[in-house]
Design a protein around this ligand. Structure first.
Ligand code: FAD
Length: 390
């Protein structure tokens, strides 16, 4: 029998092909070199000063729009994309958010619903990280219920004129293109908005205590005049943004386990070496119970993510199953991080260690891409056949 490996107690690496391991190693190596040495400082300052360099480097390793085909994208499997999300979030949820929004929201929307011209115009430079994208759905008064959003695109001759405000938009202030969802006379439509268009601005939201190494912005659209071909022709209605969100949520199912893994590994190492009452705290049964429970949830979560990835690769993944994964994995990941924090005692609250940073990041991850309650309601509806949303 192979020996017990504390880093992979269930032997889940057996599920991976050599190419999957290669993707994982590449992304892990990049994050170790480019993110981990700086992340505490970026977090403390509440900024990501090198975001454009990071985007280009992420493009160079194929991490942007990774599971999309063509237009300079890597065409990786869903499992490989998931592994990349896990490794990025093991560094910081803000870096994974940059990649999720770029690839699974902004690029995916254009790739899935854009015209050939829109794809040619935006996707290659987004895949290369030359152009950063954002995805504007949430508004100040409309979060969990995006069907009610108020941003409006009105026809004026062949042009569109866009008015409204978006809130909490990742990558907003650094984006070259914003995918904006707006009401029209024909129902909800998506628009690829060049952010240099007059009337468009994206002030950054400050004073966040979570996802501090991530750019989060308002989008202000004041009579933004767009040509007829700015609209994404392939979709009308809420299913447009929801299908993009489903793709991004899938990545979060994996990503959250990255934050959990980093916190678990930190706690395990600390428990082995920190001594109290004359012996390592990892030798106390109460600490071992915490570690055992954390390991169980961590690797169950990874197994669940892998299962969903295989279903996605087979074209069999339903949105309810993505909700299942997002609900479980983010909720368990935050618990793992909080438990890890207790094992580190006072050191647990310090930025010298990653656990508090991961725990506070996951407060955002718990809320964005559908809150815990929204995913409970999705599953509740699927289980009972009764819609409890309204
Ligand atoms: P609300 O919808 O007001 O919900 C508040 C609370 O009420 C929640 O607990 C919710 O679950 C609960 N609630 C609401 N309705 C019900 C109900 N029917 N039954 C029971 N409980 C209910 N959005 C984007 O479009 N693009 C982005 O790039 C983006 N990035 C983000 C980055 C960060 C750091 C954060 C924090 C958010 C981001 N968001 C983004 C917004 C995010 O998706 C929303 O915050 C989320 O959808 C929740 O909306 P809300 O904050 O308006 O909360």
């Amino acid at each position: 029998l192979p020996p017990f490996d504390p880093a992979d107690p269930l032997g889940l690496d057996d599920l991976l092909e050599p190419e999957d391991l290669a993707v994982r190693d590449t992304v892990r190596g990049w994050a170790a070199e480019r993110v981990l040495p700086h992340i505490a400082e970026w977090y403390e300052k509440g900024e990501l000063p090198v975001i454009r360099e990071l985007a280009r480097e992420l493009g160079a390793i194929g991490a942007l729009g990774m599971s999309l085909e063509g237009y300079g994208c890597a065409g990786a499997s869903a499992v490989q994309y998931g592994l990349a999300c896990l490794e990025l979030e093991a560094a910081d949820s803000g870096i994974r958010s940059l990649v999720s929004v770029q690839g699974s929201l902004a690029m995916y929307a254009i790739w899935k619903y854009g015209s050939e011209e829109q794809k040619q115009r935006w996707l290659p430079s987004m895949a290369a990280g030359e152009t950063i994208g954002c995805f504007g759905l949430t508004e100040p008064d409309h979060g969990s219920d995006p069907a009610a959003l108020r941003t409006y695109a009105k026809r004026d001759g062949t042009d569109w004129v866009l008015n409204g405000r978006k809130m909490w938009i990742t990558n907003g202030s650094v984006a070259g293109v914003a995918v904006v969802w707006a009401q029209t006379d024909e129902g909800m439509r998506g628009f690829a908005v060049p952010t240099g268009t007059p009337g468009f601005s994206a002030p950054e939201i400050r004073h966040k205590w979570s996802l501090r190494a991530s750019v989060t912005s308002e989008l202000v659209m004041d009579d933004v005049r767009l040509p007829a071909d700015a609209v994404l022709p392939g979709v009308t209605g809420l299913k447009g943004p929801l299908s993009c969100l489903s793709h991004a949520r899938y990545g979060i199912v994996w990503g959250a386990m990255g934050a959990a893994r980093a916190s678990f590994e930190t706690a395990l190492e600390y428990a082995r070496t920190r001594e109290q009452f004359g012996r390592p705290i990892g030798g106390f049964q109460l600490t071992q119970a915490k570690l055992a429970d954390m390991a169980v949830e961590l690797h169950k979560g990874i197994l669940l993510a892998h299962h969903l990835g295989r279903r996605m690769d087979a074209g069999r993944l339903r949105a309810e199953q993505v909700s299942f994964g997002k609900l479980n994995n983010v909720r368990e990941a935050i618990e793992i991080c909080r438990t890890a924090r207790t094992i580190l005692g006072a050191n647990g609250i310090s930025l010298e260690y990653p656990v508090m940073r991961h725990a506070t990041n996951l407060e955002s991850v718990l809320t964005y891409e559908g809150t815990v309650e929204m995913h409970q309601l999705v599953l509740g509806k699927a289980l009972t056949g009764l819609d409890a949303f309204r």
